[in-house]
Write a protein that binds this ligand. Structure first.
Ligand code: NAP
Length: 277
């Protein structure tokens, strides 16, 4: 990649952000597309997003990916919000143009694109369950409901938050108990508990869910991708479930951002190759 006076800039804002794989994904995409674009990671302290966005706008950045802890503030400060952002009150994508700052959420669509591409899974008419009720879980609940899931169960440590997340899926969403997951076609583990050490994960399965009760005929996803196989996924696979980690969701949510900002068809093969390296 050669930077020039014409190079267009995009990036990711978060705190912490130095571990992010987004620069690898986006820069691989620009290179494969032959674009004179570059993408950097910006450590932005909590409370500083407004200043960062004003600076990005003044400098003519094309877009920003937004990660923890700025997703709610990104939605609040945008001039235009997608329907998903309005429902979620959170955004992972900001696009800058003459018409102001636009906020989008590509996380939920990213997961569904990965499940479709890798497993041919279509949520329409299926029974789905989400463990967790934070930002990622809420994006997944909304995306599943909008894709026509017949049922979206939400299991979470804090029941009130499960109730609120389930309300993003009117008519099909409801708070559920861990032992109701056995009947789901798709189970999405959307808590960070897989990032704990393996022995600690097994002592405290998220929200009391025992993955050995999951198994044959079920797809089980853990949104964590580091480690590549959490203890939760390993256990579910041992009992016959088809498993998938969160790397595909990461790749596809970035691909949707590339499409939004550049107007080009995202080069998924190049993005997968870069992130696999
Ligand atoms: P978040 O907003 O902080 O929400 C975390 C959720 O997990 C909450 O519902 C919390 O329960 C629950 N939780 C946390 N620790 C738990 C534990 N030890 N046992 C049981 N429940 C626990 O986080 P988030 O932004 O949604 O992210 C969740 C995970 O998804 C993270 O690991 C993140 O890295 C991953 N993620 C992956 C992608 C991807 O592209 N693959 C995208 C986004 C996020 P309470 O409500 O009871 O507090």
């Amino acid at each position: 990649m050669r930077l020039s006076a014409r190079t267009e800039l995009a990036g990711v804002v978060g705190s912490p952000v130095r571990h992010s794989l987004s620069p690898v994904l986006h820069n691989a995409a620009y290179e494969a597309l032959g674009l004179d674009w570059a993408y950097l990671a910006f450590e932005v302290a909590p409370g500083d997003l407004g200043a960062a966005v004003r600076g990005a706008t003044a400098l003519g950045l094309r877009g920003l990916s937004v990660t923890t802890p700025h997703k709610d503030e990104a939605a609040a400060l945008a001039d235009h919000r997608s329907p998903a952002v309005r429902r979620l009150g959170a955004a992972n994508t900001l696009t800058f143009s003459g018409g102001g700052t636009a906020a989008d959420s590509t996380d939920g669509a990213g997961l569904l694109a990965d499940l479709s591409e890798s497993l041919g899974f279509d949520p329409a008419g299926s029974r789905c369950a989400v463990i967790g009720a934070g930002g990622a879980a809420r994006a997944v609940v909304l995306a599943l409901a909008e894709a026509g899931a017949a049922e979206v169960l939400v299991v979470n440590r804090t029941p009130l938050r499960a109730f609120r997340a389930a309300s993003l899926a009117p008519g099909v969403g409801r708070m559920a108990k861990p032992d109701e997951l056995d009947a789901a076609d798709l189970v999405v583990q959307a808590t960070p508990s897989g990032m704990l050490g393996a022995d600690r994960q097994e002592q405290a399965w998220p929200a009391g869910v025992d993955p050995s009760r999951l198994g044959s005929g079920q797809i089980v996803v853990d949104l964590v991708y580091d480690p590549a196989e959490t203890a939760f996924l390993r256990q579910a696979a041992r009992f016959g479930a088809v498993t998938r980690n969160g790397l595909g969701m990461l790749v596809h949510q970035a691909a949707l951002q590339v499409a939004l900002w550049t107007g080009e068809h995202p080069p998924l093969r190049a993005m997968w190759a870069a992130v696999s390296r």
